[in-house]
Design a protein around this ligand. Structure first.
Ligand code: FES
Length: 111
């Protein structure tokens, strides 16, 4: 069963469309598109810069600010360049935005 972690509140997206969040040392880019939230790995598959949260958002597509590779946030699939972004499920509970944790167990459980 997936764990979800609160990363932000919906009010934080009243003036922005993207945010960098970290869950247990995993860097994640969170985007708001037409009232829906999408969470993907923040590091670009091209040269692994963790800057997709600073990319150019055009509809559901995010363009990496480094060299222009582009990805569909709904599938994670590249539309320019190559590779695929790992996606994380997002839930909104009240005013809270929760993102699927990258692993089944929190760090403090792991040995
Ligand atoms: S690092 Fe993203 S396109 Fe090169």
């Amino acid at each position: 069963m997936n764990r979800f972690v609160k990363v932000a509140e919906t009010v934080e997206f009243s003036t922005r469309r993207s945010m960098r969040v970290t869950i247990e040392n995993v860097d994640i880019a969170l985007f708001a598109v037409d009232g829906q939230f999408h969470a993907v790995q923040n590091d670009c598959p091209h040269q692994h810069f963790s800057s997709l949260h600073d990319g150019i958002l055009n509809g559901r597509e995010i363009t990496c600010p480094m060299h222009g590779w582009t990805f569909d946030l709904a599938s994670g699939q590249a539309t320019v360049g190559g590779g695929k972004l790992k996606r994380y499920a997002v839930k909104v509970v009240g005013d809270d935005i929760l993102v699927e944790a990258p692993s089944d167990e929190p760090d403090w459980v792991k040995k």
